[in-house]
Design a binder for this molecule. Structure first.
Ligand code: FES
Length: 120
């Protein structure tokens, strides 16, 4: 079983007013590619595209997960936020159970919280 921290990025998320178009042109796809590039060479992270996490009003949505840890769902990540997402993933990776203390979260993460789901 992989012990990597998995970052899922919704590639279907669109910015407010952005027309429906090819997925690869959407804000979520652009952010996914940003995160992928920013994480290049990081063998402790796995970046996975996902098509809709059903929180479409909070683009771009992402999840952080790892085996036997709580899974988090966050939203409101704009283009250019790949470094914030990687910082969040590193913070998450340092925990034994996936629970990130609120006072350790950077502002983007604190404001973007949507849900957390226990392991198993
Ligand atoms: S399109 Fe991204 S959460 Fe639905």
């Amino acid at each position: 079983m992989s012990e990597k921290t998995k970052i899922r990025v919704c590639v279907k998320c669109r910015a407010a007013g952005e027309p429906k178009g090819p997925i690869e042109d959407r804000m979520g796809s652009h952010l996914y590619r940003e995160v992928l590039a920013a994480a290049a060479g990081a063998d402790d992270l796995e970046i996975v595209p996902v098509e809709c996490l059903k929180v479409c009003v909070r683009p771009v949505t992402i999840t952080l997960s790892a085996p036997d840890k709580w899974t988090w769902l966050f939203g409101d990540f704009p283009l250019g936020s790949a470094s914030d997402i990687l910082s969040a993933a590193r913070l998450y990776a340092q925990t034994s159970d996936g629970l990130i203390a609120k006072d350790e979260m950077q502002p983007a993460l604190k404001l973007g919280q949507i849900a957390r789901v226990p392991p198993g």
